[in-house]
Unconditional design. Sequence first.
Length: 99
Amino acid sequence: MSRRVRRRTPSAGLIAQLFAIEADIRGRSPAQRRDARQTYSLPILAELKQFLDTTLAKISGKSSLAQAIRLHNLTLDRLDALHRRMAGLEMTNNAPSAL
């Protein structure tokens, strides 16, 4: 019986870095979180966008992955506005606890 092995993708590593930054700044003032995100998170998000753009060029434009990447890129294109609105919020992957 073969066991499916999951590899950590570059995107997963970048997202893990974003969560690590958020863990470090949790509990700080909104201004401190905003400054830290601009200093540390924005370069990671730029790298993530580049990775996703490269991936998008290699896959079928009709795939669900391509659709997800285009949606993500739309979010990244509006990142400045997103950061202004989220300055006081903390990043989480646990939606029920964020409500």
